[in-house]
Design a binder for this molecule. Structure first.
Ligand SMILES: [Zn+2]
Length: 130
């Protein structure tokens, strides 16, 4: 669930996910599913390093309204949202889109056995918890 900020906010505000995974006995290649509550860099920044997917085997589950919103730059002007959020969405999520590793969903959706996304929009178009 979410990947933290990765290296986007500097070394003191993220980047511990891989260290924690290793301490738990896992490698990034073993992660096959990542659930994003929403596309903001403090949740999605850990998806990539130097423009590459950190979790090459993972399918990324994220709400379709978030994908639609953050990959339409006209929304920056339309909703007066800083361009940097669109830049960051492109940096963090686009590598997974390009690799056909994103499964987006709309509404309350069973994503995996025992895990159902429940939309809580407002913070972003499809902020969800599972
Ligand atoms: Zn957020």
């Amino acid at each position: 669930m979410d990947t933290g900020a990765g290296t986007f906010f500097g070394s003191k505000l993220g980047g511990e996910l891989q260290t924690s995974l290793k301490a738990a006995g896992y490698t990034p290649n073993e992660i096959d599913a990542i659930l994003l509550t929403h596309i903001h860099t403090d949740h999605s920044g850990g998806l990539v390093e130097q423009g590459k997917r950190v979790f090459p085997a993972a399918t990324l589950y994220v709400g379709k309204p978030d994908v639609d919103f953050w990959f339409d730059r006209a929304n920056a002007t339309r909703f007066n949202v800083a361009e940097k959020y669109f830049d960051e969405a492109a940096k963090t999520v686009k590598p997974y889109l390009d690799a056909d590793k994103v499964k987006s969903f709309s509404g309350k959706t069973a994503l995996l056995p025992g895990i159902t996304a429940h939309p809580t929009p407002g913070h972003t178009p499809t902020h969800s918890w599972s």
